[in-house]
Design a protein around this ligand. Structure first.
Ligand SMILES: Cc1ncc(COP(=O)(O)O)c(C=O)c1O
Length: 380
């Protein structure tokens, strides 16, 4: 049970902290589940916090995409019956063994024949595996590219798909458009590549997992509405079904489910002109702001009393590294000063999980229930 925001005096909290807005999480999960015609798998890497996983479970999501054995342990400890998809295409041998024999994981992604061999060896020729071939697809529309590292090329895919068919109980294809994908067309391309590869290989697939990538709205990044993405998915999937009616559709959203359900409260420790030195940065939960230029909605807490005009600021984080910089612009009242608190919104995705101890700034972060949200939604 999270503490409620009402109980604290924010100036007593020394470190950055979060507010959780359960209603927003519930809204985004319910929307996705209602409008996506397949199994929704929550991508744990995006935010593995206990209260997020508990909420997902309470909202009916029982499937989880994981990248490591530790993520499997986190999920299985909470929900022993959870269905796990181990979708990191490159896994250590011990993790494959542990996942299969100790946690009952049957779903694995691969994009190379050596990984297939590892899986066959480490599971002792198991006959009950669902293996997904991760194919390469365009990441041109996404803000965070994932295709430099993973995804088998179009020409090599059919042969490996045949090898998978000979070794798996169920054959799947998976792709990822990259995170914060700004155009639904990217999914169309992924579906079309899948269709071609299936035709070229003559393999009947059982599963199609279209990964994550569904975007959130951040200032300056306004993708088309989620319903347009889900419409493209639904239309394109019909073409796959026309080849084989038994294919099951799956997706692994992360960002679009959780981004809006948390905000981060930071303190200004120094102001130098239009530069604010705050107590969180790129080695903490503002990685996406520094490394990918994401701007988040910001507001000065207690700003009602503040009538000064909004002007653009950049942020520096708390470490001694000059790269610990978030360009913004973040629009805040011109009167902002040392000791003020800023609420940075839409911080649910790739935030808490990116924290490091660089320069000794890893503090156990606190999360409070945002009762501004909670009061309006007593039923949650
Ligand atoms: C295999 C896989 N699935 C799902 C996701 C979640 O993506 P997103 O948070 O963009 O929805 C990722 C993100 O890196 C991923 O690598």
């Amino acid at each position: 049970m999270l503490e409620s925001l009402e109980r604290i005096n924010i100036s007593d909290v020394k470190y950055p902290f979060y507010l959780f807005k359960p209603k927003k999480l519930s809204k985004s999960v319910k929307y996705f589940v209602k409008n996506f015609d397949g199994e929704v798998i929550y991508s744990v890497k995006c935010n593995p916090s206990r209260f997020i996983l508990d909420s997902m479970n309470n909202l009916g999501l029982k499937s989880f995409d994981v990248s490591s054995i530790n993520e499997i342990k986190i999920v299985k400890k909470l929900f022993p019956d959870a269905k796990i998809y181990f979708m990191n295409p490159v896994k250590p041998r011990h993790a494959i063994f542990d996942a299969y024999f100790n946690f009952g994981v049957k779903n694995f992604a691969i994009d190379h024949n050596c990984e297939l061999k590892k899986i066959i060896q480490e599971t002792k020729n198991a006959k009950d595996l669902n293996l997904f071939l991760r194919i390469s697809t365009s990441n041109d529309f996404s803000k965070i590219k994932l295709n430099r590292k993973f995804g088998i090329d179009y020409n090599s895919a059919p042969n490996l798909l045949k090898e998978i068919r000979d070794n798996a109980l169920k054959v799947g294809i998976t792709f990822h458009t990259g995170s914060q994908c700004m155009n639904p067309k990217a999914y169309k391309i992924g579906f079309r590549k899948t269709l071609e590869i299936v035709k070229n290989s003559n393999v009947k697939i059982d599963l199609l997992n279209i990964g994550g990538g569904f975007p959130s709205k951040y200032p300056g990044l306004k993708p088309s509405p989620l319903r347009n993405y889900l419409r493209v998915v639904s239309d394109e999937f019909k073409k796959i079904l026309s080849l084989n009616k038994k294919v099951k559709l799956l997706a692994e959203p992360g960002r679009c489910l959780v981004s809006e359900c948390m905000s981060l409260i930071v303190r200004v420790d120094l102001r130098k002109g239009k530069m604010l030195f705050i107590n969180e940065g790129i080695y903490g939960s503002l990685n996406n702001a520094g490394n990918f230029g994401f701007r988040y909605p910001v507001k000065l807490l207690n700003s009602k009393k503040n009538r000064s005009k909004l002007v653009p600021f950049s942020f520096y984080g708390p470490t001694c590294d000059s790269n610990d910089f978030m360009k913004g612009p973040f629009f805040l009242p011109d009167s902002i000063k040392e000791g003020d608190f800023i609420e940075i919104d839409e911080m649910g995705a790739y935030s808490t999980t990116m924290k490091t101890n660089f320069n000794g700034f890893m503090e156990e972060f606190r999360v409070f229930l945002d009762n501004r949200d909670f009061k309006r939604n007593k039923t949650l």
